[in-house]
Design a binder for this molecule. Structure first.
Ligand code: CTP
Length: 398
């Protein structure tokens, strides 16, 4: 139920705007109060009268509408809501959001708010696939904007592909997930994920086989329990989850700096496969083949992020969770690692190739804490993440 929740619904200009009328109904059925905002383009698809009649409130349309300014300032309008929902979110509206433009009521409300925002994109498939839109989506995700859809299917324009707005039921479900308090509501959690790339020269780097799947699943599970998640990720194969603050990095040093910038946090989960070494003096020009023989790379040690954070006296997260990827004698190595790095828990796993864990969809972990080693059965990385999130919630809540 969404009783007592206030949703500011921004209806953009797209054929899918008609579904937003249904969305208002569904939200009201759940007990939510919906304040509608209609963009100029949105008015071409649904009338202000039908929106107002359904919502039971006058629809807000104009930035310079002095009557509504006297009743409730635009700033307050966006801040009094529990969630801003943009449905349909057009390519144009998303571009404005990504750029921070504020040249009409909808974009001004979106810029003036510190309330969470959920967007339901709807556009032609080519517009969705366009690099400009994809850049804007990445920016919005990094800003912590949540996404629901778009779905794939036949579109009003006759083409087929991703771009159809999510159905009202799906949008309601996404709103409920966003607004339902969980055991980690009000908690700030840092998650590191993915591999790091250590440059050799501008075109070459040293990397590892981490896909980022486990760290991504951990971030999503934390988000689903209500946490504000800062997701510091190296260049991973899997895309980052929606609704978290994404901080993309390349090297271990960048990851270390991004982790520092994220503090203080209530808990830190260090799932990244950080390179232990970097090339001591990476070249700023591409290395050339030479008659003098093969190049020699000298290595320097990278900062051990987990160890450094776990040893902090000020600003140490309330709970520090490390991962240990081992190929033999897993429990002994991971137990020693926990002590060496001073972290509270270590999630250990056997990544020898025969297990198929590195780069695979499943994991078999051993949770090592003050209480000893606890072996979990093999399960999907999502299930490992959910169980871990529950454990963390239990440890830091209250
Ligand atoms: N880690 C880190 N910074 C590093 C290296 C590792 O934060 N420079 C973190 C990882 O995110 C993980 C944990 O430390 O949570 C264990 O990483 P691992 O590479 O297994 O540990 P190492 O200390 O490198 O041990 P090993 O000798 O097994 O390589």
């Amino acid at each position: 139920m969404l009783a007592d929740k206030h949703i500011l619904l921004i209806i953009g200009g797209g054929i899918a705007a008609y579904k937003s009328l249904e969305l208002i109904r569904r939200l009201q059925d759940q007990g939510a109060r919906v304040t509608p905002v209609l963009t100029k383009a949105g008015e071409e698809f649904v009338t202000p009268l039908s929106v107002s009649a359904l919502a039971g409130f006058a629809v807000h349309r104009d930035l310079f509408d002095l009557t509504s300014e006297a009743e409730m300032g635009h700033i307050q309008l966006s801040r009094s809501a529990d969630l801003l929902v943009v449905a349909p979110a057009t390519a144009d509206l998303m571009a404005k959001m990504a750029q921070g433009l504020a040249n009409d009521l909808a974009s001004t409300l979106l810029l003036a708010t510190d309330t969470p925002v959920l967007v339901a994109p709807a556009m032609n498939v080519r517009m969705w696939d366009h690099p400009a839109t994809q850049r804007n989506i990445a920016t919005l995700k990094a800003d912590g904007i949540g996404f629901v859809g778009p779905n794939e299917g036949a579109m009003a324009c006759g083409e087929f592909g991703p771009g159809r707005m999510a159905e009202p039921d799906e949008i309601v479900a996404a709103i409920r997930t966003r607004l339902t308090d969980g055991p980690l509501t009000g908690k700030r959690i840092l998650v590191t994920s993915g591999p790091t790339h250590e440059p050799i020269d501008p075109v070459r780097y040293i990397a590892n086989r981490s896909s980022g799947a486990q760290g991504t699943a951990v971030a999503a599970a934390m988000r689903d329990l209500g946490a504000e998640v800062i997701f510091v990720t190296g260049p991973a194969e899997v895309p980052p989850p929606d609704g978290v603050h994404v901080v993309p990095v390349q090297s271990a040093q960048e990851m270390s700096d991004a982790v520092d910038a994220a503090l203080p946090v209530d808990a830190g989960v260090f799932a990244a496969a950080v390179a232990d070494w970097r090339v001591a003096s990476a070249s700023d020009k591409k290395l050339k083949k030479s008659r003098d023989g093969l190049p020699t790379l000298e290595f320097a040690e990278n900062p051990d992020i987990l160890k450094r954070i776990a040893h902090m006296t000020e600003n140490r997260p309330g709970l520090v969770v490390g991962f240990a990827a081992e190929t033999d004698d897993v429990i002994n190595h991971a137990t020693a690692k926990r002590q060496r790095k001073s972290c509270d828990w270590i999630v250990a796993n056997d990544v020898s190739p025969a297990t198929g864990i590195m780069g695979g969809s499943e994991n078999a972990v051993i949770l090592i804490s003050d209480h000893g080693a606890e072996e979990w059965p093999r399960m999907s990385k999502e299930d490992v993440a959910r169980q871990l999130a529950q454990r963390i919630a239990h440890a830091i809540a209250g």
